[in-house]
Design a binder for this molecule. Structure first.
Ligand code: TYD
Ligand code: MG
Length: 464
């Protein structure tokens, strides 16, 4: 008689297991996420009798954990691997932590494989094993030839079975392991297809165990779903030490590497790259490229300051305000929250007296950036007023303040950093909130600081 295959249903979003199919996941509340998967193949899994407790029982040295006082626990500061890529070092919190598991997510074609191969090729001191389940050896070699790096310490393995991979690792003993991608791996302990929730979870667990036991750092590339989340269960993100997102517009050349979780550093760090024909180039002074195409004399353009982590960035806000042809005016925003845009428009109408309700409004943050920092508000308002009035702003002016519902100009964080960055880039005027001026001295800066309290003061200054 054929062996009965055991199956269960798994939520593709959170990994919840259920014996029967359900429309809505009781754990995370998502709809239509249950997929049937084959459960563990008992014949391949270790049998009950094979199980050995952790610790070396054979030699009679069974290790038992017992509670320790925190001051009794000793550790040595781990030696991080500092790569040649300064952006990656910063995003990881100061280099690669030994034994850490890093998950890199991003849309297809964004450059995840290129980034990892580039890093693998620049780590000359360490032996790197690059395991690919997506491309053949020749394809990887072709890609490597485009990159201006050379390494005799980088090994390529095209394999998808984790047991085989660990066998190769045992022989080769790499110092750094790269997996491209976690969704292509499968473990023989499970019968489910590669990429399914249970396989992704099992393979990740095996890799984490390997990383922790051997103190080898592991980089895993992960696919993301249509709505931008990492494919596979959310638990995956809980399991790994660090989650990096590689983002950017595929048609634009800039790419942003962002930390969304990091057990060994800050999560507010960000690295910027430019995709060139010879691979990814680090961009060490991003403000310069984000606002470099200023010609002056165009209305609707304003420069704002944002903080990405501890890094101040100057970004250009462009807007186009035109009379609407249809009854229903369009509101279109790129890189800026459209709800916030509507709020600012209401403030401009009510407090500034601008009649914008019959205009189509298009807003764009240049460079493909997505801005969440409220400090961009004032630049957004200035750019819309400028377009509405068709009056170009002075190219040497920039803005750093939040706008409140009463039209008041509100204070923001790290004002000194932002002022210094604007000054460094040659701006001559910066508009900030007057509530931000505590501790800021005009004498210390070579840029004129205009402290204002209300939106009207800005319009009085700029457009009269
Ligand atoms: P790839 O690294 O394969 O992306 P992912 O692994 O995230 O799917 O993606 C690369 C894209 O980058 C591809 O469309 C070609 C382009 N590219 C360059 O522009 N320059 C280069 O030097 C390389 C290697 C790729
Ligand atoms: Mg790839």
């Amino acid at each position: 008689m054929a062996k009965k295959v055991k199956t269960a249903f798994f939520c593709q979003n959170c990994g919840h297991e259920s014996a029967k199919w359900q429309g809505k996941c009781p754990s995370c509340g998502e709809w239509n996420t249950f997929v049937e998967e084959i459960l563990q193949d008992k014949s391949a899994a270790p049998q009950k009798g094979d199980w050995k407790p952790a610790g070396n029982v054979a030699e009679g040295k069974k290790t038992v954990s017992k509670p320790l006082k925190i001051e009794e626990i000793t550790y040595s500061e781990e030696q991080r691997i500092i790569t040649k890529d300064a952006e990656l070092n910063r995003v990881l919190g100061g280099g690669i932590m030994p034994g850490s598991v890093v998950l890199i997510g991003g849309e297809p074609g964004i450059g995840k494989s290129t980034l990892m191969l580039q890093i693998a090729l620049t780590l000359n001191q360490q032996k790197v094993l690059y395991v690919s389940g997506e491309e053949s050896g020749q394809q990887i070699k072709q890609r490597a030839e485009r990159l201006p790096f050379d390494s005799d310490n980088c090994y390529i393995l095209t394999e998808t079975n984790t047991q085989q991979i660990f066998q190769q690792i045992e022989q080769n003993k790499p110092d750094v392991l790269v997996i491209d991608s976690i969704q292509t791996l499968s473990s023989s302990l499970l019968e489910a297809a590669a990429g399914s929730v249970s396989q992704v979870k099992e393979c990740t667990l095996e890799l984490i165990r390997f990383a922790k036991e051997t103190n080898t750092p592991v980089f895993m590339i992960g696919h993301i779903t249509k709505d931008g989340n990492l494919a596979g269960p959310k638990v995956l993100e809980h399991m790994v030490d660090t989650v990096l997102q590689f983002e950017g517009d595929r048609h634009m050349t800039y790419r942003i590497l962002r930390t969304t979780k990091n057990r060994f550093g800050s999560t507010s760090e960000l690295g910027i790259y430019e995709m060139q024909s010879v691979g990814l180039r680090e961009v060490s002074n991003p403000s310069e490229i984000l606002i470099s195409q200023r010609d002056g004399g165009l209305s609707g353009i304003a420069v704002g300051t944002i903080m990405e982590g501890n890094r101040p960035l100057l970004v250009e806000v462009q807007s186009l305000v035109t009379p609407s042809v249809y009854g229903n005016p369009q509101r279109n925003s790129n890189g800026f929250d459209s709800k916030r845009l509507n709020m600012l428009l209401a403030v401009l109408e009510k407090r500034g007296g601008y009649k914008l309700s019959f205009s189509d409004i298009f807003l764009n943050i240049t460079g493909g950036l997505k801005v969440e920092d409220p400090a961009i508000d004032l630049a957004v308002c200035a750019s819309m007023i400028s377009s509405h009035e068709d009056w170009a702003l002075d190219g040497q002016v920039c803005f750093a303040a939040e706008v409140g519902l009463g039209g008041e100009i509100r204070a923001i964080s790290k004002i000194e950093h932002r002022i210094s960055e604007a000054e460094k880039l040659g701006f001559k005027h910066i508009f900030v909130s007057k509530f931000n001026m505590k501790g800021v001295k005009q004498e210390d800066h070579n840029i004129r600081i205009h402290a204002i309290g209300k939106l009207e003061e800005l319009t009085d200054y700029l457009f009269t």
